[in-house]
Design a binder for this molecule. Structure first.
Ligand code: URA
Length: 494
């Protein structure tokens, strides 16, 4: 039996050199073996012979080399010989890899898939912890237990992702280390060397709790995606029990803050089986449709009652125009009326409106002195049973409604516009922006008007984690404080 020694469990370069030599020497797959690291070769092992100088060069499709690079990462003890067998067969059958029914091709596909999946898990589930070093430098260490020999293959991903960090990923078999300039691989580590908890843990916990959606909880699917094997390496899994246990209550809370019962007119529509929401029908022609350009807010409100610039008018109960003094120094702009606003005909009086009111009160802003409106003036929803579930307006609908916002701005001439959320910011600026980039800054809209962008209050309501809610509420209140700093005339009477 010819035997080639490879240096480590996924030594692709070593395999490629040995396989080439074996192929040139005509060594059949059944006569070929590989050893890894300090494994001892079999009793009858022979080194590979020197290939004859006149041997024809083997031809290998590039796609095979990519496949082989993954196959040698598989945990199968026979992986190197199997990859060699495929290479051997390819010499006589160039299109072998296209024969999907071939048992070797099928096996290779399965192995490749398993390796890809394991690498994906490593990218998703590695959690670095900060450890102290003697020289006081920051060093991040992670412990991970892959199924396959994927450390060499996957470590470059972390190098690209965290180029400025000094990090080490320890696994039972191999250790990858990045010192900020060079990626090196060392033997495996033992579980006892796993780093202890650190401050990053708290960050992960907050992050995980904030992205957790109790209404979407599917325990089986979650465990299939994130097998329990990985849990002990991931700080956030400490939360899973509590979040799962609390999911029902949190779901209920979400439902409570979700739409109320619809108007009778709407119930009748649903009973007749009329699902009337049609999306994407907005046009910007509405404002060609002003009977005459409104000269007061009251006139604009009256005209807007009859607006049919997009299809949202039809299933909605009524147009919800802005509300507040016609000379308000500030206009707060939301996204669109919600279920309760649609019924009452006033903006921000439902659950999101309560968060808004609380933030104004916390900052000492008098809502009565502000004008409050929305980017889209009809409620967009989809019926679910007897409930109406909020749907985000599309760009056509925002555009179709834009003339109303323009006229509100023109007639009121505020010193400040406050965009509550990304839809409002886009409606005002005429382009998409991220809250992250624009939040809490006073942006010049024209010589006399500034814009302040903040989150939509419904965003805070949707956060399932009470701690994240508290943090975001404080940030939102602080933004309302900025409004008061800029416009002290909004100060509520003590
Ligand atoms: N959300 C909004 O954007 N506006 C409202 O009026 C109510 C909820």
């Amino acid at each position: 039996m010819f035997t080639a020694a490879l240096s480590f469990p996924a030594d692709f370069d070593g395999w490629r050199a040995a396989a080439r030599r074996a192929l040139l020497s005509g060594v059949r797959p059944q006569d070929m073996a590989f050893t890894v690291g300090d494994e001892t070769p079999g009793l009858f092992a022979e080194p590979l012979p020197e290939p004859p100088s006149e041997a024809p060069q083997p031809s290998v499709p590039k796609s095979f080399m990519e496949l082989a690079a993954r196959l040698v990462c598989h945990a199968d003890a026979d992986r190197f010989t199997f990859a060699y067998k495929l290479l051997w067969r390819l010499q006589g059958q160039k299109s072998l890899l296209q024969v999907a029914s071939d048992t070797d091709v099928l096996r290779a596909a399965e192995m490749e898939k398993a390796v890809r999946r394991d690498a994906h898990k490593m990218k998703a589930f590695v959690r670095f912890r900060e450890v102290e070093t003697e020289d006081g430098a920051r060093h991040y260490v992670a412990w991970f237990e892959p199924f396959h020999h994927i450390v060499e293959r996957t470590a470059p991903f972390f190098m690209r992702r965290f180029p400025g960090m000094v990090w080490t990923i320890m696994t039972p078999e191999r250790t990858a280390h990045w010192d900020g300039a060079e990626l090196t691989f060392l033997p495996g580590a033992s579980k006892e060397m796993r780093p202890k908890d650190d401050d990053m843990e708290a960050l992960w916990l907050t992050y995980y709790a904030s992205i957790f959606n109790p209404a979407r909880l599917k325990v089986k699917a979650m465990q299939a995606e994130m097998p329990k094997k990985y849990w002990h390496n991931m700080p956030e899994t400490a939360l899973i029990g509590g979040l799962v246990a609390g999911a029902e209550a949190a779901s209920r809370r979400m439902l409570e803050t979700a739409p109320t019962l619809p108007s009778l007119r709407h119930v009748r529509q649903v009973e007749r089986g009329e699902e009337r929401v049609r999306a994407g029908s907005g046009t910007s022609e509405a404002f060609a449709g002003f009977n005459k350009r409104p000269e007061t807010i009251e006139e604009a409100r009256e005209q807007a009652r009859h607006c049919k610039a997009c299809d949202l008018w039809e299933p909605a109960t009524q147009t919800v125009f802005g509300k507040g003094p016609p000379d308000a120094p500030v206009i707060f702009v939301g996204e669109q009326p919600g279920d309760q606003e649609d019924i009452a005909g006033e903006p921000f009086i439902g659950p999101a409106g309560k968060v808004f009111d609380q933030a104004l009160a916390a900052a000492g802003v008098d809502r009565e002195r502000a004008y409050v409106t929305n980017s889209v003036k009809h409620f967009k929803f989809t019926p679910r049973g007897k409930r109406r579930i909020h749907m985000k307006p599309n760009i056509g609908e925002v555009r179709a409604c834009h003339g109303w916002l323009e006229i509100e701005r023109d007639l009121i001439r505020p010193k400040l516009l406050v965009a509550l959320g990304a839809t409002a910011a886009a409606a005002i600026l005429g382009k998409s922006v991220t809250i992250r980039d624009t939040r809490s800054k006073l942006i010049d809209l024209d010589e006399t008007t500034k814009l302040l962008v903040t989150v939509h209050p419904a965003y805070i309501l949707r956060l399932p984690d009470p701690e994240a809610q508290r943090r975001e509420t404080a940030a939102f209140n602080a933004d309302m404080g900025l409004v008061l700093d800029f416009l002290p005339e909004l100060k509520a009477a003590a």
